[in-house]
Ligand binder design. Structure first.
Ligand code: ADP
Ligand code: ZN
Ligand code: ZN
Length: 731
């Protein structure tokens, strides 16, 4: 029998399902999880059937019928739908929006679910570059490249090799020298990996792997804390092989920058071609294809960034979160979920194990170990021959400096280069200089739209605001006194790169930051040059800190660690320690002893001293004690209501109004309104209300009330507001 009413999740700001009349098409009984197209206001939207019913609050005659049923089978199974429902309620986010964010873009737009082919370019069997005119240099070189890859190359491989190759390929196709072929997406990686066998695991690795493998049929949660280079990835691979042997799938979540070609290659070499990759650099078709392979059960391993946590799996067996402390696992706008926390919940509901891995676990996860909720597995030593690096602090108040590089550091760079070592220099500030200063009157170039300084970018010859993206040409005169004596103050990665080029004229230097890697494929080629040893000095931001394995690096210099010591954000010290430890872990990964030099103006700072002399674990213990005394996470639970508006007073007034009508729940603290640490940003004034409680239950009761009242307030339409549950960034 036809259910007469369909309850549909529709992407819109209202936190509810919408009732529609079903049509003739809806005869099957497995309607839940299928997509429909429905009239909504004066638009047509794609929604997902969540429930069927025979009654509605509205009279049947007033309900609109759906326009079309889009699928013949559910695109989201009940396991994922239930997880998403739970997430919508936990994060107090509208269900329709939550459901939509779990779907690949093409499905959100109403396209068909089918595993589509991906276009590849192949040289025609008879093609010969010599038949092309000698001046057709680019055609010749691309044809030669294709001839070297008889299996053909995909778009992303060509992107990595050449710019504007598309017009060249078009010409070659016209001449009949190149063919476009469609291939299923899992064959995009045409370089057949040479399968590699596993190294023999050392005792600690073996113990960790055995513990996890003993729990493959239960919801045990593991925190695998292994120093960088201790062989966590080998442990993952070992347990994944066991999961594959049991006929089940593994979902691996990695940070945005952690999903490097190196990592994928390593998985492919060990496991063969059964891996679906889901990350933001894929185009929509590739993404849908990988998603389809996972949800059809064709991929045994799914490696993806944050949103891959929502991938449907037919035979889920294990979830792994690599670099579980990484902030990119948290979505920072719209539906603000934490992929790690959702993964823990998902594993619990599926009754499968989950492994959180990190060299520098989050305080949240360390605390869960103390509570007995997670089992701690340690890999205390580096695998193979590598020894831990020697760490030393360099006092920036003493001695000479060149553009932020102390004389001692420069000498050490010379020494390591001479011994054929590679050098990584780390500075978490891109651009040429963070400030433009007038030497005559002290004027500083500020962003018009933010409480922030403009950063000087030498490459693009612009001043740029890193908070709102505003840009302007570099002024030739001071805006206050018209003086021409404008000076860039301080250092960013561009400036360090320039200084290094002057100091080491014969050495290839690689800069790796968001500016240098904007072009598609640029990061891959930079990493390739770093990996092969062609680049000898790498200067970069936190993009360099994650996951990369550069066996030739013997010296790591951290140019400025003081930002993390004195910050308004209570997580700053934790992040600084994670970053230092991760960057330091890049040193001496192969046979040679590594060295880490940290420049600071506060060498006596107790936190730095603990980190350097006692290591990350001791440091984390000290931070936990501080957090406990201050009643901050993980000893309390937070939510942040952010409100912004174009008028300075509006956001604070709105929060005051809300507080005047909001019923209070016991054991919940409401702190605010307070201006955000950066009060003005992108032309808007920002205030926040911090909601905190020791227990989750009262916190969520309070948030429930809060959302209810905000949605009733007419003033809410005049400001922009958002609620962030378990916020990671406090601005
Ligand atoms: P992590 O993921 O903890 O940073 P990896 O798994 O990348 O560590 O291992 C670091 C390096 O040590 C890699 O080059 C890896 O091949 C090597 N390695 C890991 N385990 C072993 C082992 N048991 N025997 C020899 N080499 C190993
Ligand atoms: Zn001036
Ligand atoms: Zn700005």
């Amino acid at each position: 029998m036809n259910p007469s009413i369909l309850r549909i999740a529709i992407p819109c700001p209202l936190p509810k399902l919408f009732d529609y009349r079903s049509t003739e098409a809806c005869t099957a009984d497995n309607l839940i999880g299928r997509r429909v197209r429905v009239p909504f206001g004066n638009r047509k939207l794609v929604g997902v059937i969540m429930e069927t019913a025979t009654e509605s609050e509205l009279p049947l005659a007033r309900l609109k019928p759906i326009d079309a049923l889009l699928d013949t089978a559910p695109v989201l199974d009940t396991e994922i739908l239930d997880l998403l429902r739970w997430a919508a309620s936990y994060y107090h986010h509208p269900i329709g929006d939550v459901i939509a964010s779990a779907l690949p873009v093409l499905l959100r737009q109403g396209n068909e679910v089918q595993i589509q082919g991906i276009t590849h370019w192949q040289a025609a069997p008879t093609a010969d570059p010599e038949t092309l005119p000698t001046r057709a240099v680019r055609q010749r070189s691309i044809l030669t490249l294709l001839l070297q890859h008889p299996q053909g190359l995909g778009n992303s491989e060509l992107d990595a090799q050449s710019e504007n190759w598309k017009s060249v390929i078009r010409e070659l196709i016209k001449k009949g020298l190149v063919l476009a072929i469609e291939r299923p997406c899992w064959e995009t990686d045409t370089s057949e990996p040479a399968l590699r066998s596993a190294p023999e695991l050392n005792a600690a690795q073996q113990e960790a792997a055995e513990s996890i493998k003993a729990s493959l049929n239960e919801n045990e949660r593991f925190l695998l804390q292994g120093v960088t280079g201790s062989g966590k990835t080998e442990v993952y691979l070992d347990i994944i092989e066991a999961v594959i042997a049991a006929g089940r799938q593994t979902l691996v979540l990695v940070p945005e920058i952690g999903l490097t070609p190196q990592l994928v290659r390593r998985f492919r070499e060990r496991l063969g071609h059964c891996i679906a990759i889901l990350h933001s650099a894929l185009n929509d078709r590739e993404r849908l294809c990988a998603w389809g392979m996972a949800s059809a059960g064709e991929a045994q391993v799914i490696i993806g960034t944050r949103s891959a946590v929502f991938t449907p799996l037919t035979q889920p067996g294990l979830i792994i979160i690599d670099e579980e402390h990484d902030a990119s696992l948290k979505q920072q706008d719209g539906f603000r979920y934490h992929a790690r926390d959702l993964a823990v919940m998902r594993a619990h509901r599926l009754n499968i194990p989950i492994v959180l891995g990190s060299a520098t676990p989050s305080l949240e996860s360390l605390r869960r170990c103390e509570e007995g909720a997670y089992r701690l597995l340690r890999l205390p030593q580096r695998a193979g021959p590598a020894k831990p690096p020697r760490i030393e602090l360099l006092d920036l108040r003493r001695g000479q400096q060149t553009e932020g590089l102390s004389g001692f550091l420069i000498d050490e760079i010379h020494r390591h280069l001479k011994r054929d070592g590679q050098v990584i220099l780390f500075l978490n500030r891109r651009g040429f200089a963070p400030t433009l200063l007038c030497e005559d009157c002290g004027w500083i170039a500020h962003c018009q739209r933010c409480d922030a300084r403009m950063t000087w970018h030498a490459g693009s010859r612009l001043l740029r605001c890193h908070h709102c993206g505003a840009e302007q040409p570099i002024p030739s005169h001071c805006a206050e006194c018209d003086s021409e004596r404008l000076q860039p103050l301080g250092q960013g990665t561009e400036r360090i790169e320039q200084a290094l080029e002057e100091t080491f004229p014969d050495i290839r230097i690689e800069r790796i930051d968001r500016d240098s890697t904007r072009r598609k494929g640029a990061l891959e080629s930079s990493l390739e040059r770093a990996h092969s040893g062609e680049s000898r000095i790498l200067i970069g931001t936190q993009m360099l800190a994650k996951g990369h394995d550069f066996p030739g690096v013997t010296l790591v210099g951290i140019l400025d660690c003081d930002q993390g010591l004195f910050s308004a954000d209570f997580r700053a010290a934790e992040r600084m320690a994670q970053l230092i430890t991760q960057v330091a872990g890049r040193a001496g990964r192969a046979e040679r002893q590594g060295e880490v030099l940290i420049q600071t103006r506060h060498p006596d700072h107790p936190l730095l001293q603990t980190l350097i002399h006692s290591g990350f674990e001791a440091f984390a213990q000290e931070l936990l004690t501080e957090r406990k005394m201050a009643q901050l996470p993980p000893y309390a639970h937070l939510a942040l209501l952010r409100v912004e508006a174009q008028q300075r007073e509006a956001p604070g007034r709105f929060i005051d109004q809300l507080l005047s009508i909001l019923p209070r729940i016991d054991h919940v603290d409401l702190l605010g309104p307070v201006p955000a640490p950066m009060e003005k940003r992108a032309g808007r004034f920002r205030y926040q209300l911090l909601i905190s409680a020791q227990e989750r239950a009262p916190l969520h009761e309070q948030l429930h009330q809060l959302m209810h009242f905000i949605r009733e307030m007419p003033e809410a339409r005049k400001v922009r507001w958002s609620l962030d549950v378990d916020p990671v960034e406090m601005f």
